[in-house]
Design a protein around this ligand. Sequence first.
Ligand SMILES: O=C(O)CCC(=O)C(=O)O
Ligand SMILES: [Fe+2]
Length: 347
Amino acid sequence: MDPHLELHTPAPGFILANQRTESSFEQIPVIDFTDAASRNPAKRRILADRIRDACINGMSSAPELGFFYVKTHPISEETIADTISAARDFFALPTPDKLALDIHKSANFKGYTALLGENTDPEGRGDLHEGFDIGWEQATTGPMSGANVWPSEATLPGFRARVLAYYHAAVQLGQALFPLFALALDLPETFFDDKTTTPAAIMRLLHYPPQRPAIDDDGRVIGIGAHTDYECFTILWQDAVGGLQVQNADGKWIDAIPIEGTFVINLGDQFARWTNDVFKSTLHRVANASGRERYSMPLFFGTDYDVLLEPLPSCVSPDQPSKYEAVTAGEYVKRRLEETYARSKGE
Ligand SMILES: O=C(O)CCC(=O)C(=O)O
Ligand SMILES: [Fe+2]
């Protein structure tokens, strides 16, 4: 089916990949990333198997949850600390300077999101965080094309370079993860290489003020409402404050506690659709009840925007026919962002 046609006549379940984890997990596994770059294929295979166990149902006794931590990763603590310091500088700017970059004015969802300016959970009333979003800096074409929106050098000297340094480091980490996901899916290790040359990576700086009971008593205004991510997988750095929670099959919210020196990796809906729900994206949210400010940086990593997401050959069979219509990565992300921001207020 023509993917463009499908966008106008959505099949049920078009927007989300809709199968959730079947696991009653209570803990989130920690996977050591040391062997990702090993020249020994057997070592890379063992690492991919650990990722597969964390992501695919019934592959082992390990809980399948689509969430795991990676430790011993290649991004330096200095790079991370410098980006968080840049984020603090940005969020400390006077409100008018930030609102000049309002994401609601951008054709391609780049720039600043004010407190309550986003509403991730359709049941919610707005998210209690402010954010700053960027994408691939070089020009791309297609539905998500368009430039990043930066504060001027006079306003925030060095900010752009500092944020891009982290962006490129995190994109490289994503490019190192894709071959492992390929192995986990019984695909050739290089399967995603030609599909991630100008990756559809959206990065966010996020700042969560402490939630006040007066605001969140009814549970409908929290740091970020319950949602699944839109792209293939997310590489999340979080500070030591805590508040990220992941929902298991019993509906219980499990804390993704901050672990120093790690990133949280979670599967998103593009991957769920692409793998015909062999990979499932898992519901998560942030409730910052710490009484302190919280900072985090997700990088949502997907394929090039022109890649057609049609169920992978290793994920369909006569018993498991394809559930999702094909759609390009760019159309899909744009559609999801439009949905989210259509129910959010602009300034
Ligand atoms: O801030 C976090 O820990 C998670 C953020 C998140 O889930 C998102 O931006 O999609
Ligand atoms: Fe998320």
